[in-house]
Design a protein around this ligand. Structure first.
Ligand code: TYD
Length: 213
């Protein structure tokens, strides 16, 4: 049976990742694969309720981190693991790297404690840890991201944070990449939308050849 594949898409708000997920989905469908597109926080009815709370209610940093992981646990059990077991391709708009970036980097929450929660929530029956097979990181200067967001929409709790919050989020993504370089692909999201799209397609296609080989 074909092995399931798990890809996550990350970056600060305004980096433009969401527009490119459909492109990657098409790339996989063209090879005959079934694709599940999902997101975090969210992806199940309960996790979407938690998303509403966590994106709009002010709360203590530990509460925020725990709710992110609670939503993730439900999402893994209900959607991600069954899809991977079927051999599907799961494309997830944000995953645990976002918790390290936003709650760890942005909020300054303890990195080691996040690691403990990660190990608890993402443990597989064989003792290994569920992680994305590939993480596409849309990296962008927070000032450019802020300009893009200013013209876009009503900001949620995170989007309304100041530029230094996003500088810390970006630095935390870089730290995650340094800790787990083999699964990360960094995209220069300052480029034009078509150029970013071309980079994403190339990165995913090259990676897929490596997986198939
Ligand atoms: P986002 O994925 O950007 O969705 P949309 O494009 O609909 O706004 O929004 C999710 C927000 O949640 C984003 O600001 C990052 C934040 N977030 C965390 O703080 N921690 C997490 O673990 C995750 C998954 C997201």
């Amino acid at each position: 049976m074909t092995r399931g594949l798990f890809l996550s898409f990350e970056g600060i708000d305004g980096a433009g990742k969401s527009s490119h997920i459909a492109l990657v989905a098409q790339l996989f469908r063209d090879t005959g694969r079934a694709v599940v597109i999902t997101r975090e926080p969210g992806g199940t009815p309960l996790s979407e309720k938690l998303r509403e709370l966590v994106l709009h209610e002010p709360m203590d940093p530990l509460t925020e981190a725990l709710l992110m992981f609670a939503a993730r646990r439900e999402h893994l059990v209900q959607v991600i693991e069954p899809s991977l077991a079927r051999g599907d391709v799961v494309l997830c708009d944000r995953f645990t790297d976002a918790t390290f970036a936003y709650q760890g980097g942005g909020r300054g929450f303890d990195w080691q404690v996040l690691g403990q929660l990660e190990r608890m929530v993402q443990a597989l029956p064989d003792g290994s840890l569920r992680q994305p097979d590939l993480t596409v990181w849309f990296d962008l200067d927070p000032h450019i991201a802020a300009q893009r967001l200013a013209s876009a929409r009503v900001p949620d709790k995170f989007e309304s944070q100041p530029a230094d919050f996003f500088a810390a989020v970006r630095a935390a993504y870089a730290r995650r990449q340094a800790e787990m370089p083999s699964r990360f692909a960094r995209i220069d999201a300052a480029q034009s939308m078509p150029a970013v799209g071309a980079d994403v397609s190339r990165v995913v296609s090259d990676w897929l050849q490596g997986v198939a080989a």
